[in-house]
Design a protein. Sequence first.
Lengths: 280, 370
Amino acid sequence: MYRTKIFDHVILLFGVFIMVAPVVVAFMTSTHEAADIHRNGLSLTWGGHFVETYTTVLTREGGFTGKITGFNMMLNSMILGLGFAVGKIVLSMMAAYALVYFRFPLATFFFWVIFTTLLLPLEVRILPSYEVMNTLKLTNTYTGLIVPLLASATGTFYFRQFFKSVPDELLEAARIDGAGPFKFFIDVLVPLSRTMMAAIFIIMFVYGWNQYLWPTLMTTDEGFFTLVRGIKQILLVWVGSNIPDYNEAFALAILAMLPPVMIVVIFQRWFIKGLTESDK
Amino acid sequence: MAAITIAEVSKIYHGNVEAVKSVSIDIEDGEFIVLVGPSGCGKSTLLRMVAGLETISKGTVTIGSRVINDVDPAERDIAMVFQNYALYPHMTVYENLAYGLKNRKTPKAEIDARVAEAARMLEIEPYLQRKPRALSGGQRQRVAMGRAIVRKPAAFLFDEPLSNLDAKLRVSMRGEIKRLQKRLGTTSLYVTHDQLEAMTLADRLVVLNGGRIEQIGRPLDVYHRPASTFVASFIGSPAMNLIKGQIDGGSLHVGLYRIELGGRAPVEGPVTVGLRAEDLKLAGVGEDAMMFQVDYVEELGAQRLVHGSIEGQPLTIALSPETPLSGDLAVTIAVDRLHFFSPETGKRLERGTSFASEAPVETHRLETAS
């Protein structure tokens, strides 16, 4: 067996340092006052203004219209992240179910059509997508924020591969047991896919949470602002004769990081299981 | 409980591949029928057509009095046991057993009663709350059978249910399936490639080859009167020896040996001769015999299989382990133990019906020129 040596630990610790240090700096800096930060730059020491800054960030109504709080933004991000992840899983599971278990003409062709959409990420099709949403009067709605991002070739592909690895006998046994297509999906496939769903949920939640470009385009109403946008907003709004509220921007960044981190930590075990072994 | 009639059923796949060719079997109520054959002979396809997992290209399948060609598998009143068990991995044993009943809207109390009964019968009561993952292969197989039993179907369909078990477990499960089937009296159709399983389980066995029925019959009938060289070489272990011979003037010639058939020769001309390994005996002193050149010996404990040849034609003989072995053995066989097959079609050639007695074989070494 390979025994880890000191040098291996040095490499690992170096990696940890690179990953964690910026977060620590951001957190520590966020506890200082804006003026301090402006004078002294980033800080590695405790500034002592943790409670004020974070309370302000979460509750003060900011923005041009003054009706969006950090808490609201967090809620918006949560809706976007959850809607995005759940929607993607539901949609791609159903697509994969159709592709794997139903014989219809050109099934393989359709699969490849879905697959080639990997080459068309949102950034490429952003103008037509916006045009469609605008025509449908869905700008400044959660529907408009979430729906255009739901189609997922990656998710469909994962679930297709997974369904293909489910033994055919399971379907046959279910058919003899009197389960129709719907029952088989709900009673057998969905429970079997739990770990897969968890894995995809994490990836998609983080992806949705971190969306910046699409929400920026879709929402002009500040009531729909997400955290990721809010960070930028703070720095923009108070620029002028005032010192930008660096501390609040950092605090918001830290807050924006928390939910994805928590999701990963909570689902980590399932995530690894979903990607490495299947529950068959 | 019901009779099953399979009438001229064919399965034709894309590109005109005929996997099952006009097969007809009448299965009586409560009968245990085993479909046996090598892989690719169409036995599983036939079973799956009865189950409704494959469409029937031609012919009809009747269960009870109902033609079920276009009936959904769930409505056919059958239950199936799969080779890899096909248990739902995320459900407990109890849920696995209950799932089919639940889908049929059986009242909860009755489900409980039936599951309990099946669990008692199969001795899986302690595992009812476990997941299949936590069970051994044999226990999983029991659960799979339990899933069939709770439904109280008209027929059980078994698709090589014991192939995934180790040899010892297979033997005990075999016995259990037989006992269970006798006790429940449910018509059963069982697919296997293992001739021993087929012999021990079947009321009647159906030997399939290349999508056709080679022979249907009770195990011993098939063993003692194989209908073709295929059946002869497939049923029985070791396989029946098949050697080339020639019948001239009422006696059989194998190489330089001549065996008098006592006026009961089936045909004149070349034949394929079948000899069971256990029918070949060591010749006593003074008996006419054929010389058997020993090649190698397989020791099985209860018997020993001696491989070798007579007149250059390979042969296997089953002897008791006490028999002393030398390089060459003088062997003999009773005439009525010989099987004859047509060398062209492989079909069995019946001899004259006037069997007298177990006349000792008369073998003569022909005088050779040199």
